[in-house]
Write a protein that binds this ligand. Structure first.
Ligand SMILES: CCCCCCCC/C=C\CCCC(=O)SCCNC(=O)CCNC(=O)[C@H](O)C(C)(C)COP(=O)(O)OP(=O)(O)OC[C@H]1O[C@@H](n2cnc3c(N)ncnc32)[C@H](O)[C@@H]1OP(=O)(O)O
Ligand SMILES: Cc1cc2nc3c(=O)[nH]c(=O)nc-3n(C[C@H](O)[C@H](O)[C@H](O)COP(=O)(O)OP(=O)(O)OC[C@H]3O[C@@H](n4cnc5c(N)ncnc54)[C@H](O)[C@@H]3O)c2cc1C
Length: 673
């Protein structure tokens, strides 16, 4: 096979060039699959090239050497330049391009406009009336004001119905009185709330005539638009350093009987009339739209984080030589070890799978969003179930994959020079934010239990749960069909998910029939319920991967994706096989077959390993990793990188005279005695 990878560059490390020469596919054509069109892949590269030409957009030094204050300042400096020149420099067209621009220029640690773009604008788009949009949305879009989404409190994040911040309607003045009555009622966590934003959509419990109407969204001006000083009755600040994501000022907010006009409640779907009459929305959870927006997009951001770590690990593994397979030959690239391949390749397949599942999810999200504009809410439950499950499974598996990537880089993986620890820190926030993973799995479980009940009652269910009422084989046909017939794999995944869903359902029903209240029975079944949700979601991911491979036309790309899919199906099935062994759906012989297919797949993937990660087209500027450099020249650059350490500014640190010298002197004196 000739070289299809056009990106061989003079001066690159010969070990990495050797990898690229082996590639069986064109990485830029593969990028079109990852980013959903050739145009989108082209645009990413155009944007990267434009940014590389602008000196003031480059990092002043590697980010790990910046203090928190410097990180916040750097992100703000760059966002200022970008905001001014967004269109003339790079002519950004859509959210994906903007996200890419942000990743290249600023990186994943956040910036003052992060929550403004990700939640503040989307919540206004979805929940503000036309009049409110004129007042705030258009100003927000022009960045005349900067906002965030302030929902979580110190005491409550998951259980929205118990938010303590109150918005009490005062009919006499036609105002809401917003109040944080306790320490735990303080808003705590919202991104950019601390120092950057001057407006926030605050989620508070609506009270009218002493009746609790649950969480509702209110526009609150936090700071003076010119001086940026907090307005009266408002206390606001930063919550302090976090595991990662420290360029972002996650903040706290205390509201002291703050009065805002009635018209500051976001009223597109729900209303409070002047006289205090409450008009319900068409669907009770329409006000949760900003969360669903982020959940729907998180698969792609997680795929990106995972792909970034794997790009670093796979490239490094192709230039790192250590140990021998054949003692008579030179030391091998660590990528030759089967354990290294097993550690990395299944996660490459997952990154692709998450991206394809993400594309399908975003399509459904866009449809539901459009429907909601006209008050149509039928698909909201499906979208909520899908995004809840995916958000949980994808963030969790991403966390596993990034950590494996780090460990696969040995000692250098632990250095911030790899940058993997920062990517890990940022990505794992996703297990918590936008709905704690267990909580979201249990949301999906509600949906699955409803579907299971319908099936038990003899009804046919369709769509995402359609397989629950489809015919099932007693035994898997996995090793009894022609090679590369993925239907048998998918049917086995279906069987596993179906069995677990009904197992959880039967357990729940049994407890309910024994007289246990629903909430107690639910709690006692919750581990089984979350397992059902995970298996259902993993089935969806595998199906989405198979659907994409099926649709690809280009022969080389299809073949390469097919290899990844084959690896994915065998690896994932082994991971959940105990469920199918329990009821004899799979037997020992089939397990051996799956294992040998998995090992065969690793060998098949090996020659393309670097190209699979190159296809994500992550520039060096964007990766910010010495180990992940595209040219493979790691060692000399590790040494250069360490020169940035402020500890190296002098040969002798003051701590020597202050502490170490006296310590050693006194030890020497004592030993002479
Ligand atoms: C765009 C790019 C993004 C890139 C990444 C960005 C990085 C940015 C970094 C950080 C951003 C982080 C921002 C945040 O974290 S904001 C705060 C997020 N908070 C949460 O997610 C809270 C989680 N909790 C909840 O969502 C809810 O409390 C709940 C768990 C869903 C429960 O709600 P509630 O008590 O009201 O409801 P019930 O459990 O009683 O359920 C009643 C029925 O309603 C259905 N339901 C719930 N939610 C929805 C929904 N959104 N849509 C449709 N239906 C919904 C639920 O399923 C029940 O239905 P049933 O038929 O079973 O009765
Ligand atoms: C990086 C980051 C950025 C954030 N940005 C924002 C933001 O911009 N705006 C904002 O409003 N918020 C933000 N948050 C807050 C975030 O949304 C919440 O922390 C998250 O929703 C989890 O809620 P919690 O902290 O109350 O967790 P808790 O609910 O207290 O979780 C603690 C434990 O209790 C368990 N648990 C809770 N309820 C249940 C249940 N019903 N059943 C079973 N187990 C349960 C959980 O599974 C978990 O193990 C951010 C958080 C982080 C980490």
């Amino acid at each position: 096979m000739g070289n299809l990878n056009k990106e061989i560059r003079d001066g690159d490390h010969p070990d990495i060039t050797e990898e690229r020469l082996k590639s069986t596919f064109d990485t830029h054509k593969m990028a079109a699959q990852i980013y959903n069109s050739q145009r989108a892949a082209d645009r990413r590269n155009e944007i990267t090239s434009a940014v590389l030409k602008i000196p003031e957009l480059q990092d002043i030094k590697p980010l790990p050497f910046l203090s928190r204050e410097e990180k916040v300042e750097e992100a703000a400096r760059k966002i200022g330049i970008l905001s001014e020149h967004l269109y003339d420099l790079v002519n950004v067209n859509d959210g994906a391009e903007l996200y890419h621009l942000n990743n290249v220029v600023i990186g994943g640690e956040g910036n003052p406009l992060a929550l403004h773009g990700v939640m503040f604008i989307p919540v206004l788009q979805a929940q503000a009336t036309d009049e409110q949009k004129k007042k705030w949305l258009y100003r927000a879009m022009k960045r005349e004001i900067i906002g965030t989404y302030a929902q979580t409190e110190m005491g409550h994040g998951s259980n929205l119905r118990k938010l303590e911040t109150t918005a009490t309607y005062d009919k006499a003045t036609e105002e809401f009185v917003l109040n944080s009555p306790t320490t735990t009622s303080m808003k705590w966590w919202p991104g950019n709330l601390g120092k950057s934003t001057n407006y926030a959509v605050v989620v508070a419990t609506l009270i009218i005539n002493e009746k609790d109407y649950g969480p509702h969204s209110f526009m609150v001006q936090l700071r003076d638009e010119n001086t940026h000083k907090p307005l009266p009755n408002i206390e606001v600040g930063d919550i302090g350093p976090k595991m990662a994501y420290n360029a972002t000022d996650n903040g706290f907010l205390k509201l002291n009987h703050l009065r805002i006009p009635r018209t500051n409640m976001l009223m597109k779907h729900v209303k409070v009339e002047k006289d205090g009459t409450y008009i319900k929305p068409p669907h009770a959870k329409m006000s949760y739209s900003a969360m669903v927006h982020v959940r729907a997009h998180m698969n792609n951001t997680m795929a990106y984080f995972l792909a970034s770590s794997l790009t670093i690990a796979v490239r490094y593994s192709s230039i790192r030589r250590q140990g021998h397979i054949n003692p008579k030959e030179p030391e091998v690239k660590v990528l030759e070890y089967q354990t290294q391949q097993h550690r990395l390749f299944p996660h490459i397949a997952r990154a692709y799978a998450f991206s394809f599942a993400g594309a399908e999810t975003v399509r459904l999200y866009e449809k539901v969003k459009k429907d909601m504009e006209s008050g149509e809410t039928e698909l909201m439950a499906d979208l909520h179930a899908l995004t809840s499950g995916l958000k949980s499974v994808v963030t969790y598996l991403t966390m596993q994959g990034i950590e494996q990537a780090r460990q696969s880089c040995g000692g250098h993986g632990y250095s911030m020079a790899s940058y993997i620890s920062e990517i890990y820190g940022i990505a794992i926030g996703g297990c918590t934010y936008e709905g704690e993973n267990m909580v979201m799995l249990l949301q999906l479980a509600r949906y699955l239990m409803k579907a299971a009940k319908a099936v038990k009652e003899g009804k046919k269910v369709e769509g995402l749960v359609g397989y629950l009422s489809a015919p099932d084989n007693r035994h898997s046909l996995i090793d009894r069909t022609p090679e590369k017939s993925y239907d048998t794999y998918l049917k086995t995944f279906e069987h596993i998910a179906r069995q677990q869903i009904f197992r959880a359902f039967d357990k729940l029903e049994k407890m309910l029939t024994s007289g246990l209240p629903h909430s107690e029975a639910w709690n006692k079944c919750s581990v089984e319920l979350t397992r059902a949700s995970r298996l259902h979601t993993r089935l969806f991911i595998a199906q989405a991967f198979a659907r994409r491979v099926h649709d690809v036309v280009d022969f080389h790309i299809k073949e390469a994706l097919d290899d990844l899919l084959h690896l994915h199906l065998n690896y994932e099935l082994l991971d959940v096989a105990s469920y199918a062994l329990e009821d004899g759906h799979l037997c020992g012989e089939q397990m051996n077959f799956i294992r040998s297919e998995l090992y065969r797949s690793l060998g098949k993937i090996r020659p393309n390993a670097v190209s699979y990660v190159d296809a994500w087209e992550l520039s060096d500027m964007e990766l910010r990793s010495v180990l992940g450099r595209r040219d493979g020249h790691v060692y000399e650059n590790l040494y250069k990188w360490a020169q940035n350490s402020s500890l190296n500014r002098t040969d002798v640190l003051p701590v020597f005279e202050k502490y170490l010298k006296p310590l050693m002197m006194s030890a020497r004196k004592n030993s002479k005695l």
